[in-house]
Design a protein around this ligand. Structure first.
Ligand SMILES: [Zn+2]
Length: 374
């Protein structure tokens, strides 16, 4: 497949190919006040992101990155993905804080504001990659918390308050007239909230790679959407023990060809780093170079399509490894060389035995909907 960006007609999107450069430009959106969402002793806590920002600031590539700061998403932005009563409940919950919205989703007084700032980071990133200007980032990575992909239309769950990636997809459609948006979710948990919001929506292709079985229990390969959205949900349940080889094969043979054929006007990634070998919440074996490879593939696909790419931070719960993983993702987006030695992954990573059969099963279910995969 050619690396040359091609101009795609009729997407209602900015023809990025017109502005194509030799070097891709990337950067970050930083939350100035994520500590206001204070969950206490919890895997999703205020200690997750500062180390990421510290490592990036100390790295040689920092000077090459765009650095943006977000505005708050407005209520009307959130209402494109959520019910009004749910947003009111979230806003009111801060007044009674600390409260638990489900068994693992804790709210402090500043939690709703922080999640709306994280959503605003994704919206600002959409604005920046959609800009009609030569000096524009090709991609942006929002370094935000809490995550958002478990929240559906009217229920917070799994550490998530509002669904940032869904709010961003709907914003891009409304603000920029982008007809079709693709969401690639590589968080180790299934993005059940995103799936629910776009379940019968033919304008959003949702593709999820997630460990199976694992929380929240949804995302089996036969969940393909409903009504006009049949074929617009594509689940790739990865067997426990899956590592770089399995994830990259799932992208190369299923996820990326399906997204490319869908011809989205914008690519969003729900980037959870909890599939890394050292993450406490999963059994997967992804390495730094695996994350770099996934990000690089997403960036190359966006470039081929001539569209912007926004990578939204989801999970990733080992505070000591998350900085290097997020740096590896930025390296993939921007084409940087960074250290990828990963002491947590054995040199001879054992392949997940169940993977070949699983891949065949996914292909069998999805080929009728996506003839280009295989
Ligand atoms: Zn996760």
């Amino acid at each position: 497949m050619s690396d040359e960006p091609t101009q795609v007609e009729g997407l209602g999107s900015v023809p990025h190919a017109y502005y194509a450069r030799e070097e891709p430009l990337t950067g970050v959106v930083l939350l100035p006040s994520q500590a206001d969402h204070d969950t206490g002793e919890h895997p999703e806590n205020i200690r997750r992101l500062p180390g990421v920002v510290d490592l990036l600031r100390a790295s040689p590539e920092w000077q090459r990155l765009f650095v943006l700061y977000p505005r708050y998403a407005r209520t009307q932005d959130a209402l494109r993905a959520h019910d009004a009563g749910f947003i009111e409940l979230l806003e009111a919950a801060g007044g009674d804080a600390p409260v638990w919205l489900d068994t693992d989703t804790r709210v402090s007084p500043g939690s709703f504001r922080t999640s709306m700032l994280a959503a605003g980071a994704a919206l600002g990133a959409v604005d920046a990659v959609a800009m009609e200007a030569y000096h524009r980032p090709d991609s942006l990575f929002t370094l935000t918390r809490p995550p958002g992909h478990h929240t559906g239309r009217d229920r917070a769950m799994g550490f998530c308050l509002v669904n940032h990636v869904s709010i961003a997809a709907r914003y891009a459609q409304e603000q920029y007239g982008i007809e079709r948006v693709a969401i690639l979710d590589w968080d180790v948990h299934h993005g059940n909230g995103t799936q629910e919001i776009h379940w019968d929506d033919p304008s959003v292709l949702f593709v999820s790679l997630h460990q199976w079985p694992l929380y929240p229990g949804t995302g089996w390969l036969d969940e393909v959407g409903a009504g006009a959205g049949v074929g617009r949900t594509l689940n790739i349940p990865m067997p426990p023990g899956s590592g770089d080889a399995e994830y990259l094969e799932a992208l190369d043979r299923v996820a990326l060809p399906a997204i490319e054929a869908f011809r989205p006007g914008l690519l969003l990634v729900s980037a959870g780093q909890d599939g890394h070998a050292a993450d406490p919440l999963s059994d997967q074996a992804l390495s730094l170079s695996g994350f770099r490879g996934m990000a690089e593939r997403a960036a190359m696909l966006a470039r081929r399509l001539g569209v912007g790419l926004v990578v939204v931070h989801e999970g990733g719960y080992n505070v000591s490894t998350l900085p290097a993983i997020d740096r590896a993702i930025l390296a993939g987006l921007g084409g940087f060389d960074v250290p990828l030695d990963d002491v947590f992954v054995p040199a001879e990573a054992r392949a997940a035995d169940a993977w070949p059969d699983r891949l065949r099963a996914v292909l069998d279910v999805q080929r009728p909907h996506h003839p280009d995969i295989g």
